[in-house]
Unconditional design. Structure first.
Length: 393
């Protein structure tokens, strides 16, 4: 019953996470695109930095952006913040439900580090929280005064976090934590910098004082960071579905390519929306292509040729599966964490192995994603022999 309850909690929280996440990402993408499309026009209101004409859903819209803020603000001023807050809250709840409650299965790989569940959870919380403070310090330091230096410093910080998580957690646990690490920075950017700065600007206006323009500039800087990090975060958050990513033994390199490629895609879109000359941002296309090609090369399976010479009989293969797979992947799983075989995959016969051979190769041979947390201590030799059997079928 407990696994049934957890399953439904996971579904509902994941649904909520998607809904509010779409709202946050949509608002971020819209306002950055709007900002880049602003044009200074003759006859604009005093203090207006630029305006944009837009059409959507059969209606026409005329939007103005002020250099700092107008002299008077309406009572019905709309604040975009709850989407960011709730995205982080629901994401952290998912982390608790999926990775903290099932730390032995999803977060810990004792072949990497023999952690206890409590230790893994404490490391997770400290790692996510410390990321924000390091990032905020970098932004407020001299690095923050130079866009390129700041980008390199933040990139190095993310790779260091990816390396550390890879040395502590399972592959899927490490990548999801890199995503949560970046997502926490993005959410606290909204909660701790962007919204407070906007409130200070509003308070100054209401008090009849000129707002400090640095508040708006800092908020804009953090908003652009969020915009460029969004696409890498999206891939990292769904990475646990793809053993080709989580099964690599140099996860920090995978993260590096994801961040570079995703940021380059975002830059290309941003500059296109800004109406820049294509030649000025065309460099992003080869960067994207190189990052993708490098990721394909980096994650390509390299064991199949070595497995081809091994001879493994049906009985040995079935024995390996019975020992390491059937505890979860049976019609009635012995593992108390499951009421039914995960994803409906049953692995108790040769026919089952033939039907799901691609998945077994991807998750148990080319990677060590299965068994979950390697609870049954499946050896590298067993993985290779099972792979050799499947290749020979």
């Amino acid at each position: 019953m407990w696994s049934f309850v957890l399953e439904w909690l996971n579904i509902l929280v994941r649904w909520a996470h998607l809904v509010v996440g779409i709202g946050w990402i949509g608002a971020s993408f819209y306002f950055v695109a709007l900002d880049l499309r602003l044009r200074k026009r003759a006859g604009s209101t005093d203090g207006v930095m630029g305006t944009a004409w837009q059409v959507h859903g059969g209606g026409f819209y005329h939007v103005e952006k002020y250099t700092v803020a107008p002299d008077d603000l309406p009572d019905d001023l709309i604040w975009y913040r709850w989407e960011a807050y709730l995205t982080w809250v629901t994401g952290f709840l998912l982390l608790i439900l999926q990775y903290y409650f099932n730390a032995d299965a999803y977060l810990i790989n004792r072949a990497v580090q023999p952690l206890l569940p409590g230790q893994a959870v404490v490391i997770s919380v400290i790692g996510l929280a410390s990321g924000w403070f390091v990032y905020d310090w970098i932004c407020r330091s001299r690095f923050g005064q130079n866009t390129m230096a700041l980008a390199i410093a933040v990139f190095a910080m993310i790779l260091l976090a990816a390396w550390a998580f890879g040395e502590l957690f399972s592959g899927r646990g490490a990548l999801i934590h890199v995503g949560a690490f970046i997502g926490t920075i993005m959410a606290v950017n909204v909660f701790g910098v962007i919204i407070p700065n906007q409130r200070r600007i509003t308070a100054a206006l209401l008090a009849g004082k000129p707002p400090d323009p640095r508040l708006g500039a800092t908020g804009k800087q953090r908003s652009m960071h969020n915009n460029y990090l969004t696409l890498p975060v999206l891939i990292l958050m769904v990475s646990n579905h793809y053993p080709v990513l989580t099964g690599h033994d140099q996860l920090w390199l995978v993260v590096a390519l994801i961040v570079v490629g995703g940021a380059a895609v975002r830059h290309f879109i941003n500059r296109h929306e800004a109406g820049d000359a294509f030649a000025s941002f065309a460099w992003a296309l080869p960067v994207i292509a190189i990052a993708l090609a490098a990721a394909l090369w980096l994650t390509a399976p390299r064991t199949d040729s070595a497995l081809a010479g091994l001879e493994v009989g049906e009985g040995e293969a079935l024995a390996i599966v019975a020992t390491h797979c059937a505890g979860c992947h049976a019609a009635r799983p012995a593992n108390e964490a499951f009421d039914a075989p995960p994803k409906g995959v049953v692995l108790t016969s040769l026919e089952d192995l033939d039907r799901h051979s691609d998945g077994v190769m991807a998750q148990a041979v080319h990677a060590d994603i299965m068994p979950l947390g390697n609870e049954t201590a499946m050896s590298e030799e067993e993985r290779q022999r099972l792979g050799a059997f499947l290749l020979a079928r």
